[in-house]
Design a binder for this molecule. Structure first.
Ligand code: TXA
Ligand code: MG
Length: 310
């Protein structure tokens, strides 16, 4: 359904009735449900086939709403002031009188909260009048959707309504920062560059990803974002049987390119759409090297997980 006021009203009606709805955010499409309703949140897990130990991000319409759900901190204040609305998720302790379903936290005492920078997403949260829990709107383990067509292909028969807001601008999921401990920790690189967060806080932020044995974020399963095709990373050229996915001006002419100018924001925005497209025909995809800076960190994280074979 298109994102007219009537479309948003219908989506909000479904959310209030305890159903799930797919909607656009600036990062990727989300599969949303009323975050205060146990049955509605349980439906998200069922529709995605998501393991119940993996908690969900709760989306809010303003900072005041976030402050009612979680134990707010000075660091949260600083990061929200600078990066909200936007592609940054903050993990905080649940408030004492937190109205959220316990299922969104999957047994943890914390909750992940994000204020999205997308008109349709914030209109939906506002009209529904409640926080919306939403993971990416794909079957668990599959690539994230950056268009309504991706959602329809992955979950179409299981979702009563997909609000179509066109392609997502950022294209990779939000950066997740854990603020529950003594020091902030990066749980997932994403749409806000780590360097920008470090600059805002005036300190370096350790990454839970460096600790493979004990991932702090239950969602950081090694294999994830998986296309059907086999992926080979840091490829300088395609070998026999491979389709090349290029990056930057050194890419051979005629090759699908994440960004011809080597712009990492553009590459992030194109990442899932191009992987979805190549995956329709290729059996093996070779991806050219992407620098591990800025949004390159999120791109490489998704590519490394997609390349893992069990
Ligand atoms: O950009 C995004 O973040 C998108 C859009 C829809 O907002 N959402 C998204 O959700 O990517 P999902 O469920 O695919 O990823 C949420 C990540 C997972 O890695 C999960 O484990 C982590 O956030 N997470 C959620 N709650 C957490 C918590 N309380 N503690 C630690 N990690 C948490
Ligand atoms: Mg996901």
């Amino acid at each position: 359904m298109s994102a007219t006021p009537a479309g948003i009203a219908e989506a909000a009606r479904l959310i209030k009735a305890g159903d799930v709805v797919a909607f656009p955010t600036e990062t990727v499409y989300g599969l949303g449900a009323d975050a205060t309703n146990d049955n509605a949140v349980a439906r998200i897990f069922a529709v995605k086939g998501r393991p119940s130990f993996n908690p969900l991000i709760v989306h809010v319409a303003d900072i005041a709403q976030a402050r009612r759900l979680a134990r707010w901190t000075d660091l949260a204040d600083k990061l929200a002031a600078q990066f909200w609305p936007g592609a940054l998720t903050l993990v905080l302790e649940r408030a004492a009188d937190c109205p959220l379903s316990l299922l969104v936290s999957a047994g943890l005492s914390s909750v992940a909260i994000r204020l999205p920078a997308h008109g349709i997403a914030s209109a939906l949260i506002t009209v529904a009048g409640r926080p919306i829990a939403a993971p990416s709107a794909n079957a668990s383990g599959a690539m994230s959707p950056t268009t309504a067509a991706h959602v329809a292909a992955s979950l179409g028969d299981k979702v009563p309504l997909i609000v179509d807001g066109g392609p997502c601008k950022v294209g990779v999921e939000s950066t997740v920062i854990d603020l529950t401990g003594d020091v902030p920790i990066l749980l997932r690189p994403g749409g806000v560059a780590l360097e920008d967060i470090e600059a805002a806080l005036g300190r370096s932020i350790p990454s839970a990803l460096d600790d493979e044995e004990h991932p702090k974020s239950p969602g950081m399963l090694a294999r994830h974002y998986a296309p059907r095709s086999q992926l080979r990373l840091d490829a300088l050229s395609a070998e026999a049987g491979e389709t090349l996915l290029g990056f930057g001006p050194n890419t051979p002419a005629g090759t699908t390119n994440l960004s011809t100018t080597g712009n990492l924001e553009e590459a992030a925005a194109n990442l899932f759409a191009l992987l979805h497209r190549l995956d329709e025909t290729a059996t093996k995809i070779a991806v050219m090297p992407i620098p591990e800076t800025g949004l390159g960190r999120a791109i490489n994280d998704r590519l490394r997980r997609a390349a893992k074979r069990d």
